[in-house]
Write a protein that binds this ligand. Structure first.
Ligand code: LLP
Length: 421
């Protein structure tokens, strides 16, 4: 459930008409709902009730500091994957002891930043990383708390570009080699092994791959304990999918997921961490865009809108579906139409939807892309010299611009022309 509903014939974000935001900030823009963000966070938090746990929001999904502060103030931790994300989380007031650091390519600088600034744990992904982490920790006179990310070799049954738990993927250490790598970690004085980390992929719509992976983690926990390692924390990653087709999809609920975690791992007495990104932010955000032209093609009609692939790359990159709805509620019996919905960027890939049935639209009218809160704004670029689009946060009947649209001068003046020119 989200808080983007039609009221009095107009799409609202909570209690604010979306058209009112468009009039104030111009299009295209992203808008997020505070109530939806918090609702999704609480669903996970409650699903793990009864187990010692921390929900670490995977901030790569949507990293505006206003979103981070909203979730951080509600008690969320953060999963970060770069020094930039670490800085952003800290700037939004999230304490280091609630931040976990994931990713296959942490640099020595990033490790030092987190070790000096405060960190809950590093999720280590390789032996070379372990060696660098150990060396940096020893140099700083610190001990780095770590989990080791294991790759359980399960098929997450999701889009190939966002599956991470198969042996062919670059992530983690093969679970078959885990014991050897934990033994190596135990010899390093700059490291303190506290647990196991696993993350098998994103937009999972079936719980079976989780069940398979978590059973393997449970087994590994017992084996590592038998070899004398202290395993007190399990980081279970993120990845639970969301309904992108509002009408006909029902992915598993956080409560079903929570029950699975308890069933597979509850007996181990470990503290549990999870790293959901999409399920918290995805359906908490819309991208809103205006129709520029309705163009007659030879065998189809194009809805040319002012948002483009640089603003929301998911359809171009993963063939992802987003529901696209008019901001003015269609009257019953409104004239139906079928459109290819495209942006102004000079590539055929700049297509959001093909043969999409919608009510008839006119130039100047607004459309909203649903489920655009996760991996939307964060993956945007200035391709075609299109400025990054603003982000807006709604809270009840109030809204605030949480990242403004840069001016063309700001964008252009970031370039430097060398003196020889
Ligand atoms: N933890 C780790 C280690 C991850 O790599 C990811 C996502 C997450 C947690 C959060 O996964 P989520 O709960 O959001 O599924 N850009 C793609 C998604 C990439 C996901 C990358 N890793 C998309 O737009 O679908």
């Amino acid at each position: 459930m989200d808080h983007f509903l039609y009221k009095d014939g107009a799409l609202h974000a909570e209690d604010v008409p979306v058209a009112e935001i468009a009039a104030a900030v111009g299009t295209p823009f992203y808008v997020y709902s505070t109530a939806t963000l918090l609702r999704h966070f609480k669903l996970f938090d409650e699903a793990l009730e009864g187990m010692d746990h921390l929900v670490c929001y995977a901030m790569k999904a949507a990293s505006n500091q206003a979103i981070l502060k909203t979730l951080g103030d509600a008690g969320a931790g953060m999963d970060v994957v770069s020094g930039g994300e670490y800085r952003r989380a800290r700037a939004a007031g999230v304490p280091g002891e609630r931040i976990v650091f994931s990713g296959v390519g942490k640099t020595a600088e990033e490790i030092e930043l987190a070790l000096t600034g405060g960190i809950r744990q590093f999720n280590v992904e390789s032996e070379p990383e372990m060696e660098v982490l150990n060396a940096v920790a020893l140099r700083l006179g610190k001990v780095a708390p770590i989990t080791i990310r294991v790759n359980p070799d399960v098929d997450a049954k999701t889009h190939a570009k966002i599956a991470t738990g198969k042996s062919e993927n670059k992530f983690g250490i093969p679970i078959s080699r885990a014991k050897e790598v934990y033994a190596l970690a135990a010899t390093m004085k700059g490291l303190q092994v506290i647990g196991i980390d696993v993350h098998i992929g994103s937009q999972l719509t079936d719980l079976q791959p989780y069940e398979d992976a978590y059973n393997k983690v449970a087994e590994l926990t017992q084996e590592l304990r038998a070899e004398g390692h202290t395993i007190t924390r399990l980081d279970l990653g993120g990845g639970l999918g969301i309904p992108y087709h509002q009408s006909n999809e029902a992915p598993p609920l956080p409560s079903d997921y929570g029950a699975l975690v308890k069933r597979t791992l509850g007996h181990l007495g470990c503290e549990i961490e999870i790293e959901p990104g999409r399920l918290i932010a995805g359906n908490a955000g819309l991208m809103v865009s205006e129709v520029i032209y309705v163009k007659e093609g030879e065998d189809r009609e194009f809805l040319i809108i002012d948002g483009a692939m640089n603003d929301l790359i998911r359809p171009a990159m993963y063939d992802a579906h987003h529901d696209i709805i008019p901001v003015v509620e269609p009257a019953p019996g409104a004239e139906p139409a079928t459109y290819d919905i495209v942006g102004p960027v000079c590539e055929s890939g700049d297509t959001f939807a093909k043969h999409r049935d919608m009510p008839e639209m006119k130039a100047g009218e607004l459309v909203a892309f649903r489920s655009a809160g996760a991996y939307g704004a964060v993956m945007s670029s200035e391709y075609n010299s299109r400025p990054l689009i603003p982000e807006v946060l709604v809270h009840g009947d109030q809204f605030a611009v949480i990242r403004r649209r840069p001016t063309f001068d700001e964008m252009i003046n970031r370039d430097t022309i060398p003196e020889w020119l």
